[in-house]
Design a protein around this ligand. Structure first.
Ligand SMILES: NC(=O)C1=CN([C@@H]2O[C@H](COP(=O)(O)OP(=O)(O)OC[C@H]3O[C@@H](n4cnc5c(N)ncnc54)[C@H](O)[C@@H]3O)[C@@H](O)[C@H]2O)C=CC1
Ligand SMILES: O=C(O)[C@@H]1CCC=N1
Length: 269
């Protein structure tokens, strides 16, 4: 069975998407080639099941038709053009690199169809959200191939400008880190009140997991679910007076996503 799909960079995000391909049965392992000098655990699992592992771009099979590019943006500067020289001229390139513009990608992969996407790590368990931007001239069947690569990791939305991908990166690409830090912060708050470390960690973790599951299962908005916790003049009200006050979380999160957005734009320069 000739390999058709190439993953370049099988680290945290490339590996997460690779897990989705295998778990959903979208691509059989024998059709996958992994180019990475130090593949992560999901890639090792795929290689054990028949995916081909290479470390030299010269070994990329000519049969490869679809490429998922998932190396660090800084590395792309070095390996982009050499890759362009060896890939099939008809290969479709899907790039998940933060802030790496289509213009830069086209310089390396000129003549090939290139689609930019921004996934997130919950894709590893099929609970991700990805956004893609596609040039309006790209054929629907080609777009479908790119969407399917991401759909095995969760939901996919389309944005209508390349610039919007930098905002997506700041919100959902980096977003899981904000939520995990919320767990860390809640744990710190629990310890500050004198709870034992193991109890603090469990309370924080299960509160975030349970709230996310409730949000997922409920038809109510996040605002209604928040109000459902809040008794007039009760404890939650006292907390929300701080959380939603003058220097509250909304202002902080707006500053947070703006910082990520600025960095994504900087990477594109
Ligand atoms: N981690 C995340 O949550 C997300 C990451 N991204 C994007 O995904 C890309 C990868 O990020 P991570 O997976 O976090 O990084 P990572 O460092 O976990 O993975 C990068 C992989 O590239 C490999 N690599 C190094 N040199 C290579 C070479 N010459 N050829 C092929 N592979 C090589 C490394 O061994 C590593 O396995 C970045 O461009 C990032 O912007 C996008 C969305 C979310
Ligand atoms: O931190 C980063 O640059 C990448 C992009 C989105 C999540 N991780």
């Amino acid at each position: 069975m000739a390999a058709t799909h190439l993953l370049i960079g099988a680290g945290k995000m490339g590996g997460a998407l690779l897990s989705g391909w295998l778990d959903s049965g979208l691509i059989p392992p024998r059709k996958i080639v992994i180019l990475d000098p130090a593949p992560g655990p999901q890639a090792v699992y795929a290689i054990e099941r028949g995916a081909k592992h290479i470390t030299d771009p010269a070994d990329i099979p000519r049969s490869v038709r679809v490429v998922l590019l998932a190396v660090k943006p800084q590395l792309f500067e070095k390996i982009g053009e050499p890759l362009g020289a060896v890939l099939s001229p008809t290969a479709l390139i899907v790039s998940i690199l933060a802030g790496t513009s289509l213009q830069k990608l086209d310089q390396a992969f000129g003549g090939r169809v290139v689609i930019r996407a921004m996934p997130n790590t919950p894709a590893a368990i099929g609970a991700g959200i990805s956004a893609i931007y596609v040039d309006p001239n790209i054929a629907p069947e080609t777009i479908l191939i790119a969407e399917n690569l991401l759909k095995s990791g969760g939901e996919v939305v389309r944005v209508d400008s390349e610039a919007a991908l930098n905002a997506v990166t700041a919100v959902s690409g980096s977003g899981p880190a904000y939520v995990f830090h919320l767990v860390e912060a809640l744990e710190a708050g629990a310890k500050d009140l004198g709870l034992p470390a193991d109890v603090a960690a469990k309370l924080a973790r299960e509160t975030v997991i349970g709230s996310a599951k409730l949000l997922d299962a409920s038809d109510e908005s996040p605002a209604t679910l928040r109000k459902n916790v809040t008794s007039p003049n009760g404890t939650t009200q006292a907390a929300l007076d701080v959380l939603m006050g003058e220097m509250g979380l909304s202002k902080l999160i707006i500053a947070v996503v703006r910082a990520a957005f600025a960095r994504a734009k900087q990477l594109a320069e």
